[in-house]
Design a protein around this ligand. Structure first.
Ligand code: MIC
Ligand code: SF4
Length: 650
């Protein structure tokens, strides 16, 4: 039987296990990336493990989330990250240089290589045939130290693309269509592999918009085969040598297949406040738009901003609307500036920003109250923009620019009819991506050789080994699709504490219940209860670290998002699955007791646990590999890794 492309890349990197769906496999990691809000913990844990040098081919530390540096704590984090990159041997990308995924794809992403990153949108270079996976910080730390990365072999889904995109439909509409069909949990446990005759019509940057936002489906990764388009892109970024032809075998077998006829697509939009709440733009047309933002790691490339700039050329942003353009990388800004497009956009009334994540996580450009904001981003979780009652829609740069011109949501086809002289700008790649590279500092040029820690940078929190008895209150009962933005928000006032868990933990789940952190701290142990897809969204391990710090010992949920589930193991919190009836029967405040000796049950491979709630008994399931059980028993991955090192005498 032939192999899928995913299997080929995995096979090439396999160091443990077999490529059978559901089996745990260990793979070698070639490249790692980290950014400024997860990177501080990555390096603090690198230090705590006693590691002394990066072992992967490439390790890159980007500064992209807290680039406005509102507080010395942000700048201290950046200085610490620079010193860690210098000390341990990673590339360092200064604030303003761009978003990790954009800068990584310009400089390092390569077909057939593996990439592990402490950011959930790490799968972006899947559009170049790279197998890229997002993970919690400590998983990246360990991979950077040279150890394999372990995951459950995902199902491989064939997403067959047919036809070609019609006018005004874009790559963003391809992924919005998949979200509409599959939902935000439709990709959990899966890798989406794109195939079919429609692939060749999409340029590499368009493919990367699709793979970037595969994360919103909950997918482990997304990958495209490589071809002339891949080669063309790599030539334009001056890395032709990185090209490698990669295709699935003709007789490859997939676990599932989805067919998308590109020619059927039209401009789509995700309504507030979930990326899968997708409808045709025409269905919501006519609503006034207060704010439009083009940018982010999904649509912040040169190729994404240029169409919006062309649409605005000789026109004006509607007086009732504000339009912000925040490029994904300084290289994109620089090229657009040199070609005169920045001036053109400014003349149209655009507020042109530095290259940053910024508004995507509620840092700057917070929408006004009770208003509509249209963004080309990948996430619109409630409150993520920095205001609780936000109305954030997600769409393509073309739909965003149309709304900025009209002042209301409008399908660009209808705006073109109205204006008479508006044409679909299409997609255009620059002859050469020729922005300067001065802000990417190589390990050799690194100015520091010891860690520099400001006063806000704390220690890595540790937990004791797993208890035999776990009992306590159901401290919080939550619904389906709770995001890591609910657990540890990323807004400006909170983000600066990412390297200070004691302080950060005060904000734990404050968006759901602002008494939670205090109650948890006083309770001395307890449970979290949630519905389906608990912990979707970001990779931030802080969403497990802080509950651990507050004494949470187990989470009972109907299902878990992949990265967050791994983070719970990594910080010694037992993730137990319960069925819907059990979920319904548990109320916040109920007394819960795990009847089994938890330590023994976890280490002996027991799957079913008896949970007593107010005297009634229920079954909860621990579906975990032997390695995950050992990590849990040790009290988390840091303790476990140290134990391993001691056992092997290194
Ligand atoms: C996000 O988009 O939510 C983030 C901020 O990039 C996170 C990382 C983080 O929380 O630091 C992610 O996607 O992993
Ligand atoms: Fe940054 Fe937003 Fe992309 Fe996360 S999703 S990396 S915050 S641009």
């Amino acid at each position: 039987m032939g192999q899928t492309l995913t299997e080929k890349v995995l096979d090439d990197h396999l160091v443990d296990g077999e490529l059978e769906t559901g089996e745990e496999i260990g793979i070698e990691i070639d490249q790692v990336l980290t950014q400024d809000t997860t990177g501080t913990m990555v390096w603090l844990q690198f230090e705590a493990m006693g590691l002394d040098e990066v072992q992967t081919e490439i390790a890159a530390q980007y500064c992209d989330h807290q680039t406005y540096q509102f507080d010395f704590k942000n700048t201290d984090d950046h200085r610490f990250l620079r010193s860690a990159a210098g000390t341990y041997g990673a590339y360092f990308s200064r604030p303003g240089n761009g978003i990790c995924h954009n800068v990584h794809r310009e400089n390092f992403a390569a077909p057939g290589k593996t990439l592990l990153g402490s950011d959930s949108h790490t799968p972006t270079p899947g559009g170049l045939g790279q197998l890229a996976i997002g993970a919690g910080g400590i998983d990246v730390t360990v991979a950077m130290g040279g150890a394999p990365y372990y995951i459950e072999m995902p199902e491989i889904v064939n997403v067959r693309l047919e036809g070609e995109l019609p006018e005004w439909a874009t790559a963003k509409d391809v992924i919005l269509e998949l979200l509409r069909r599959l939902s935000v949990k439709g990709g959990v446990g899966k890798i989406l592999e794109y195939t079919g005759p429609g692939v060749e019509s999409l340029t590499a940057p368009e493919r990367m918009t699709i793979t970037n936002m595969g994360t919103e489906l909950g997918a482990t990764s997304s990958i495209f085969p490589t071809d002339e388009q891949t080669k063309d892109y790599l030539e334009r970024v001056n890395r032709a040598d990185d090209f490698e032809e990669l295709q699935p075998d003709e007789d490859a077998e997939y676990d599932d297949e989805i067919v998308v006829d590109l020619s059927d697509l039209e401009p789509l939009i995700a309504q507030p406040s979930m990326p899968d709440n997708v409808v045709p733009v025409r269905e919501v047309a006519g609503q006034d738009v207060d704010q439009v933002i083009v940018g982010s790691c999904t649509n912040g490339g040169y190729e994404d901003i240029l169409p919006a700039a062309k649409m605005l050329e000789g026109r004006e942003v509607n007086p009732t609307t504000e339009m912000i353009v925040a490029p994904g990388s300084k290289q994109a800004s620089e090229m657009l500036a040199r070609e005169g497009w920045v001036a053109e956009m400014m003349a149209a009334g655009v507020n042109f920003s530095e290259a940053t994540c910024g508004a995507c996580i509620g840092i700057g450009h917070v929408p006004s109250s009770d208003s509509v904001s249209l963004r080309t981003f990948n996430r619109n979780f409630e409150g993520r923009s920095g205001i609780e009652d936000d109305n954030v829609f997600l769409c393509s740069p073309e739909v965003a620019a149309a709304a900025a011109i009209k002042g209301e949501i409008i399908d660009p086809r209808d705006l073109a009819d109205e204006l008479g002289d508006l044409e679909d700008p299409g997609i255009e790649l620059p002859d050469e991506y020729d922005g300067s590279k001065t802000d990417l500092i190589t390990p050799d040029e690194a100015p520091d050789d010891e860690l520099v820690k400001g006063p806000n940078i704390g220690d890595v929190p540790l937990k004791d080994q797993l208890d035999a008895d776990i009992e306590g209150e159901a401290l919080l009962k939550m619904e389906d699709n709770i995001t890591t933005d609910h657990i540890i928000p990323a807004t400006q006032d909170i983000l600066m504490y990412r390297s200070n868990i004691e302080k950060l933990s005060e904000f734990t789940l404050s968006r759901v219940d602002d008494t939670f952190a205090e109650r948890a701290k006083n309770a001395d142990g307890g449970f979290l209860v949630a519905g389906e897809n608990y912990g979707q969204g970001s990779s931030r391990e802080h969403a497990a670290m802080c509950p651990m710090y507050l004494g949470i010992e187990a989470v009972l949920a109907q299902s878990f998002a992949r990265i967050h589930r791994a983070n719970l193991f990594n910080f010694g919190i037992v993730p137990l699955t319960i069925d819907e009836d059990t979920y319904e029967d548990i109320d916040q405040g109920d007394e819960i007791e795990i009847v089994d000796d938890v330590y023994d049950a976890v280490t002996s491979g027991q799957e079913e646990f008896t949970v007593r709630v107010n005297g009634e008994e229920y079954t909860a399931t621990l579906d975990a590999s032997e390695r995950e059980r050992d990590i849990l028993a040790a009290g988390g991955k840091l303790a476990w890794t140290k134990e391993q090192a001691e056992e092997s005498g290194s």
